[in-house]
Design a protein around this ligand. Structure first.
Ligand code: NDP
Ligand code: PYC
Length: 341
C-alpha cells in the first residue's frame, strides 16, 4: 500500500470508508460483530488523523487473518471475578470485541464500587489505544488502559530488545468540552511510525533506535531490519514500559511481548498479548466536581502558555473530517478496494 502522506489525498464520507473496511474484514474471515467493531476502530483512527493506526494497518490485519494467527470469529468469554474485577478471555481474537463484550459489566461495577478493572488476555491489539478509553470519559468516567505489543524495544541499560512499544492511554471528562485524552507509546516512537518513515525514506530523530549491531541509528529500515527502538525518556520511559508489561500481561495472564512465537505464521503482524483497563467513577469523590476541576486545570495550563494539549490535534482533525470527509490517499483507497477481490 502506498504511503498515506505522499499519495494525493481524497476525502470520503465516514460511512463509505466504514463500509469498505467492514467488507474487507468480513471478506477476510471476521464475523459480522468483529468486522463492525474493527471497521469502526480503524475508520475512527483515520478520521482523527491517527495515521499509524488507520487504514495503513489494513494490509497487516488481512495478512494476519490469512496466516491463521488470529481468530476473526472468536467470541470472547467474560468472567465476573469480583466486585470490581472483570476478566475476559478473548479466545485468540481481537481485544476490541473482548472489551465490547465486557463493557456493560465493567461500567456497572465502576458505578457501584467507584472503580473497576477489566483484564483481557489471549487477545490481539493492533490499533490505537485512545478509542478504548475516550468513550468512558464521554459518559463521565475516568479510564486508563495499557496494552503490550511485540519485542522491539531495548529496556534502559539492556543489550537486546525485550519490551513492546507498550502504549498508555488516559481519558477524563472535562466540563463543557471534549474529554481530556492522551495516548502514547512508551517507546521513543510507535513501530507504525517507523514503518511509515521507512516507506517515505525519511530519517528518524536521534535517540529513537539502534541498528542490528546495537549502534544508534536514524535509519528506520535499520531499526526494522534486526535493530530496535529505545524507550522514550531513558530510564523513566523504560520503567513505564515495564509497568505496562506487568499490568497488561503479568496481571491479565496474557503473553509478555517476548513470550509468543509467530514465526510459524508468515504474514502475522498482530501481537498476541493482553490489555488492562481501569475505570473510575469520579461521581464517588466528595463534592463530585471532577469535570469542573479538569476544566480548571486546563485553564491554568493555557494561562501558563500551553498552546497545544494532548488530544487537541485529533479533535481538530475529527471536526475537519466531519465537514469535508475522511482523508485517505487516492492510491491507498484503490489498494483497499483491491482487498475485496
Ligand atoms: P504521539 O507521540 O503522536 O502522541 C502522544 C500523545 O501526545 C497524544 O495524546 C498526542 O495528542 C500528544 N501530543 C503529541 N504532540 C504533542 C504536543 N506537541 N503537545 C502536546 N501534546 C502532544 O503518539 P505515539 O507515537 O506515542 O503513539 C501513536 C499511536 O500508536 C497511539 O495511538 C498508540 O496507542 C499507538 N500504539 C499502539 C500500540 C499497540 O500495541 N496497539 C503500540 C504502540 C503504539 P494528539 O492525539 O492530539 O496528537
Ligand atoms: O505502532 O508500535 C506500534 C504498534 C504495535 C502494535 C500495534 N501498533
Amino acid at each position: 500500500m502506498s504511503s498515506p502522506l505522499k499519495d494525493p489525498l481524497i476525502r470520503v464520507p465516514f460511512a463509505k470508508l466504514h463500509d469498505l473496511l467492514y467488507r474487507i474484514f468480513s471478506r477476510h474471515g471476521c464475523s459480522d460483530t468483529v468486522a463492525a467493531i474493527l471497521a469502526t476502530n480503524c475508520t475512527n483512527a483515520q478520521r482523527d488523523g491517527a495515521h499509524s493506526h488507520g487504514v495503513f494497518r489494513i494490509p497487516g490485519y488481512v495478512s494476519t487473518l490469512a496466516s491463521g494467527w488470529v481468530d476473526g470469529q472468536a467470541v470472547a468469554q467474560v468472567s465476573d471475578r469480583a466486585a470490581a474485577f472483570v476478566q475476559v478471555d478473548a479466545q485468540g481474537g481481537f481485544a476490541q470485541p473482548a472489551l465490547a463484550a465486557a463493557r456493560d459489566l465493567l461500567v456497572h461495577k465502576a458505578r457501584n464500587a467507584g472503580i473497576a478493572v477489566l483484564a483481557i488476555h489471549n487477545s490481539h491489539h493492533f490499533a490505537a489505544l485512545w478509542p478504548d478509553v475516550e468513550p468512558f470519559a464521554e459518559e463521565g468516567l475516568i479510564a486508563l488502559s495499557v496494552v503490550n505489543s511485540m519485542t522491539c524495544v531495548v529496556p534502559h541499560g539492556a543489550r537486546r530488545p525485550l519490551f513492546g512499544t507498550n502504549p498508555i492511554a488516559f481519558a477524563a471528562p472535562c466540563a463543557g468540552q471534549s474529554p481530556i485524552v492522551f495516548d502514547m507509546a512508551t517507546s521513543a516512537m510507535a513501530h507504525g511510525d517507523v514503518q511509515i518513515a521507512a516507506r517515505e525514506g525519511r530519517a528518524l530523530p536521534d535517540q529513537v533506535g539502534v541498528d542490528a549491531a546495537g549502534d544508534p541509528s536514524v535509519d528506520p529500515q535499520a531499526i526494522l531490519d534486526g535493530g530496535a527502538l529505545l524507550p522514550f525518556g531513558g530510564h523513566k520511559g523504560s520503567a513505564l514500559s515495564m509497568m505496562v508489561e506487568l499490568l497488561a500481561a503479568g496481571l491479565t495472564g496474557g503473553h509478555f511481548s517476548w513470550e509468543f512465537d509467530w514465526s510459524g505464521h508468515p504474514g502475522a503482524k498482530t501481537p498476541w498479548t493482553g490489555q488492562l483497563i481501569i475505570v473510575i467513577d469520579p461521581g464517588k469523590a466528595e463534592g463530585d466536581r471532577f469535570a469542573q476541576r479538569s476544566r480548571g486545570l486546563l485553564e491554568q495550563m493555557r494561562a501558563a502558555g500551553v498552546s497545544r494539549l494532548p488530544g487537541e490535534r485529533r479533535f481538530r482533525e475529527r471536526a475537519i473530517s466531519a465537514r469535508e470527509g475522511v482523508s485517505v490517499g487516492e492510491a491507498q483507497w484503490h489498494s483497499l478496494e483491491r482487498l475485496l477481490e
